[in-house]
Design a binder for this molecule. Structure first.
Ligand SMILES: Cc1ncc(COP(=O)(O)O)c(C=O)c1O
Length: 374
């Protein structure tokens, strides 16, 4: 018997989990109702991967897990040029080069458990690469919709995994629209609609707390695009807090860029954005995140805040980290620029943690711009 089900975000209607159910019948977003019983003894002591937390994932009926060898990502202490020191989780070390593998490993295992044979997904980059890789590993065929101007290296990576690519002219919203039409009656392995993706990203919170000897940090600084990590962290920290495993909820600090900061503006009651500008941080340039209200609520409930960073700060932070030997995606440098800004404006920024969300190897176009101004 399943101990989880889908529930619409207004809380009115519940649905048995099915691979085809990624949205409520009346168009409501779905959450997963799942209350795993959390205790330290249930951590799988012999598995040094995200499957260490398998007991807390909605996979109790899975005959096999779809895995590419997800590491426990190192928590590295870095001292920045301004003297500030923070612990940074190295999520760029995942098999496809980003933390999205956390969500994809769990979502594709879940869809396989439910019998999916073909999936579709839309993404402008890393989520598509993750879903394509895990679908390949699972023997599930996969179609990815993406904006025609997506970074060529990211398209190449998805093609390499055997995904069928559907390039859509226009902006990210045009791709989302085309996908929603194509997804009717199909298995839509969406990283923002399907709530099971967030069950995977919540493993970031579990790992972090274990690495910190079960003492919650005061704040965690996270990217805020579609909120897949932010909301996953909110779920994970809440589960641990409610079960008494940690004694405080970390503040969630969400980073956007001035080029595209719809939630930052809402949070501080500013006028809405008029247009999106070009940004080095393509991964968080989401003008209308579908779970935006949930993201705002998670930040508010934890006493956190939003930070908006400038292009110059992203470039300078990227260069500072590269000079230390870290080759990360410019989107990841935006998060770290946000961390530095948060630290500079917060009385007690000790015990603040963040992450490198993606590997630089597939962002040569943006990195060229940073290094050579081209
Ligand atoms: C490298 C990287 N960092 C951060 C993000 C932000 O994503 P989200 O807010 O959905 O967690 C993305 C999204 O694609 C990404 O690729």
């Amino acid at each position: 018997m399943s101990n989880f089900y889908f529930i619409d975000t207004k809380g009115n209607k519940t649905y048995e989990t099915s691979a085809y159910q990624w949205i409520g019948d009346d168009g409501e977003l779905l959450d997963l109702w799942f209350k795993p019983k959390i205790s330290q003894e249930k951590f799988h002591q012999k598995k040094f991967s995200l499957w260490r937390y398998l007991e807390f994932l909605p996979l109790n009926e899975a005959k096999e897990l779809v895995s590419l060898g997800e590491p426990i990502t190192p928590l590295v202490e870095i001292t920045f040029l301004n003297g500030f020191t923070a612990k940074i989780k190295q999520d760029q070390l995942f098999p496809t080069g980003s933390y999205k593998d956390r969500g994809a490993a769990v979502l594709i295992s879940f869809l396989k458990m439910l019998g999916a044979k073909h999936i579709l997904q839309d993404s402008s980059g890393n989520a598509g690469a993750s879903i394509a890789a895990y679908a390949a590993q699972a023997g599930i065929t996969c179609e990815i919709f993406l904006p025609a101007d997506t970074a060529p290296n990211k398209i190449l990576q998805m093609q390499a995994y055997g995904a069928k690519i559907r390039k859509i002219e226009g902006d990210r919203a045009a791709t989302a629209k085309a996908t929603l039409i194509a997804a009717k009656g199909k298995v839509y392995a969406s990283h923002s609609y399907n709530p099971v993706f967030f069950q995977g990203t919540k493993t970031f919170a579990y790992e972090l707390i274990e690495q910190l000897n079960f003492i919650a940090p005061k704040a965690v600084v996270l990217p805020a695009g579609n909120g897949t990590l932010l909301l996953g962290c909110y779920i994970g920290f809440s589960e641990m807090y409610e079960s008494g495993l940690i004694s405080q909820m970390p503040k969630l600090v969400a980073v956007q860029t001035s080029a595209c900061n719809p939630l930052y503006r809402k949070f501080f009651g500013l006028n809405p954005m008029e247009k999106i500008n070009k940004t080095l941080a393509e991964g968080i340039a989401i003008p209308d995140p579908i779970r935006g209200e949930q993201m705002l609520e998670a930040v508010k409930k934890t006493g956190g805040t939003f930070i908006s960073v400038e292009e110059e700060e992203i470039g300078a932070t990227w260069k500072e980290l590269a000079a230390k030997g870290f080759f990360i995606e410019p989107t990841s440098a935006a998060t770290i620029a946000g961390l530095l800004k948060y630290a500079a404006n917060t009385a007690d920024s000790s015990e603040t943690v963040s992450l490198f969300s993606g590997n630089g190897l597939k962002s040569s176009d943006k990195i060229n711009q940073i290094i050579f101004n081209s």
